[in-house]
Design a protein around this ligand. Sequence first.
Ligand SMILES: [Mg+2]
Length: 187
Amino acid sequence: MLDSLRPREYVTSIYHIHLERLWQEGIRGIITDLDNTLVEWNSPIATEKLVAWLQEVQKMGFHICILSNNDALRVMSFARPLNIPALHKARKPRKRSFYTALSLLETQPEETAMIGDQLFTDILGGNRMGLYTILVEPVHPHEFIGTRFVRRIERRILEGQRPSEGEAWYDSYAPLGVAKEGEEFHS
Ligand SMILES: [Mg+2]
């Protein structure tokens, strides 16, 4: 159980993901969570920095889509201006929406990464599908109360897995490595 909650990488933010290395390792598709992964919870618009990151990702050749448990209005109004495919009410960690996402991306599980800020939806779901899972720190702590409760449990599980305060962590079996604190590969 604990293994399926363990991300392959744990980074401070999406901007700390080493995209070149992902590409070199054969990753071609990226499924990403929305709330607190790309922007703060329910923030309606993408930041300039995020728009630039998404463009960079696509320019490198990755296929990307958003997979969110939030509702259609929230997800579509965010994703449409960005011109990125998005699935709402995904019910992560259930597998069904992951299969849909993979068919949108036209990638196999072993060449697909899942990025998200929650262990029990994004990471658990991604691991169950055999995806390369990347946990990010939540963009903003302001979120609804059910999520706050889950965070406490997540912190317990992650405790002891970080080498030191604030430093990016990754599991020893993860081949790709992570950025060090303060170092951003795509800003
Ligand atoms: Mg989230």
